[in-house]
Write a protein that binds this ligand. Structure first.
Ligand code: F6P
Length: 496
């Protein structure tokens, strides 16, 4: 365990204790330029965009991988200290991964096993025993690093499917700090989950946490079903901070604690998004984009490259729309931004090829002089530009086949300062539980209905658009990322 001499950027706000965030990816990635020159890049993704503002406000330590292979912990720590920690409100503590770790733990077990399985795609899983070995090894490494930085009483908060085993490994090292876990992705039904050859080990590892947060009631129900499938005597008691679970002697033997689980849908830093959207830089982009689109209806999509995002289905729905309603041709454009992700994983390479083929095919079918139906852009964007695209769009098409939450849906609403826009949302995104009443909900597999909903959105009277958007903006602003963290820490008993 570390000594108590904390740096100023580690100041804790959790009842006098420090907050130790742990996630596979740190909020910045490092890139080595030459021997001693390094560049930092902000990391992409929902987890980072929700947690970074919170850590800036609260301070603490964030333990994770800075996105680069085969460097020593000392080198990484030195670079982060110089280029980040010296001026940051919180401290980054690196975990070094080798090329093999990245191949077998990150790309392998995390993204070719748990990710597809938990998104109901178990037929594409590669259940390689080597991947499982690497997963256990890297989780142990994370636990070691936490044990080096944690002081007695610090609150350890582990995020996501890459790091399920961390609490178990911490306990094995004799670290008994309160440790909680939040799962950002869905929890599958028991019949899907038990396809995993190591499902029992994963459940046992989860039981080493004091508290587990899940995105939706459906995820919580699935997790409870798995416990019931594994243990004879699962007793639950609902309280205002979650459900307390006891599992007789077989389950929680190692620590004798009670496990609590809660449903805590993650959110965004609403005010920050609204501020960026109102910034000079973003407003200048809005003007430029509006000039470019003229009076065309703009449908926007922003998705990480991922087979869970339903991109081929989205393009097919747009094709269906143009086929059913030829009068819309040349008056409507789908602007689809795809953010590069996991580009070494075979299924992602295939997905990119598939969507690029499909976009080419649809554009080849419908393009007219002066009009291309789908503008497909494979890139990363900075926030002001992204917010400008949301502001200019009339409709957002957020249609994942399965998604833990999907923060694009929430960011689109937060950026829509004029309140005039329609959200078309998959019923299989976690955000549908909160926004479903005011968005137009679709089953993304049903391309005909999705096409009809786009058509409905095009014709929706402006008062109705504003009413629906206003309701969603109120829901999101009343429950932002800071509220989510507060609720998590309260439910997890971080102040006890
Ligand atoms: O949704 C799970 C998640 O971990 C998000 O936090 C993030 O958007 C995304 O996956 C990033 O994935 P990766 O770290 O593999 O780039």
């Amino acid at each position: 365990m570390a000594s108590q001499d904390s740096e100023s950027n580690e100041v804790s706000q959790v009842g006098g204790r420090r907050l130790i965030m742990v996630s596979n990816r740190l909020p910045v990635s490092l890139e080595r330029l030459d021997d001693d020159q390094w560049r930092t890049h902000p990391a992409a993704g929902g987890l980072v965009s929700a947690l970074d503002p919170v850590m800036r406000q609260r301070g603490g330590v964030w333990v994770g991988w800075p996105g680069v292979a085969d460097e020593t912990t000392e080198t990484l720590r030195d670079v982060l200290d110089r280029q980040y920690n010296a001026t940051s409100d919180y401290r980054l503590e690196p975990v070094a991964l080798t090329g093999d770790d990245i191949a077998d733990f990150y790309e392998g077990f995390s993204n070719e096993v748990i990710w597809p399985l938990f998104h109901n795609r178990f037929t594409v899983c590669r259940f390689e025993p080597d991947y499982w070995q690497a997963y256990q090894r890297v989780n142990r490494e994370f636990a070691h690093r936490i044990s080096e930085v944690a002081h007695t009483g610090d609150f350890v908060w582990v995020h996501d499917y890459h790091l399920v085993n961390v609490a178990d490994e911490l306990r094995a090292l004799g670290v008994d700090n309160r440790a909680s876990f939040f799962q950002h992705i869905p929890f599958p039904t028991a019949d899907i989950f038990c396809n995993l050859p190591w499902w029992r080990e994963i459940v046992h590892a989860l039981l080493s946490y004091d508290f587990i947060g899940l995105q939706t009631v459906a995820d919580r129900t699935n997790f409870l079903d798995v416990l019931t499938m594994m243990f004879d005597r699962v007793e639950t008691e609902a309280g205002d901070r979650g459900i307390d679970i006891s599992i007789g002697d077989e389950g929680l033997v190692r620590h004798q604690q009670q496990l609590r689980i809660g449903t805590l849908p993650i959110s965004i830093d609403y005010d920050h998004i609204a501020e960026v959207a109102a910034s000079e830089e973003s407003v200048a982009c809005v003007e430029r984009f509006r000039e470019g689109w003229g009076d065309r209806t703009v449908v926007v999509g922003v998705d990480r490259l991922d087979y869970t995002k339903g991109l081929p289905e989205k393009f097919e729905a747009f094709r269906e729309l143009l086929t059913r309603y030829p009068e819309l041709r040349s008056h409507i454009t789908l602007q689809q931004h795809v953010v590069p992700s996991r580009q070494q994983v075979p299924q992602y390479i295939e997905q990119k090829e598939e969507i690029e083929r499909l976009v080419g095919e649809i554009n080849g079918e419908f393009t007219q002089p002066g009009w291309v139906p789908i503008h497909y852009i494979f890139h990363r964007m900075d926030q002001p530009e992204l917010m400008a695209h949301y502001q200019v769009a009339d409709i957002a098409l957020v249609t994942p086949l399965k998604d833990g939450m999907n923060l694009v849906a929430k960011e689109f609403c937060a950026a829509k300062r004029d309140g005039n826009g329609v959200l078309i949302l998959s019923e299989f995104a976690g955000s549908a539980a909160e926004l479903g009443e005011h968005a137009l909900l679709v089953n993304p597999h049903d391309v005909v209905s999705t096409a009809e909903r786009i058509h409905d959105a095009c014709r929706m009277p402006v008062e109705e658009r504003r009413q629906r958007m206003q309701a969603m903006r109120e829901i999101i602003s009343a429950h932002n990322a800071f509220d989510w963290v507060e609720e998590f820490l309260r439910a997890a008993g971080a102040n006890q």
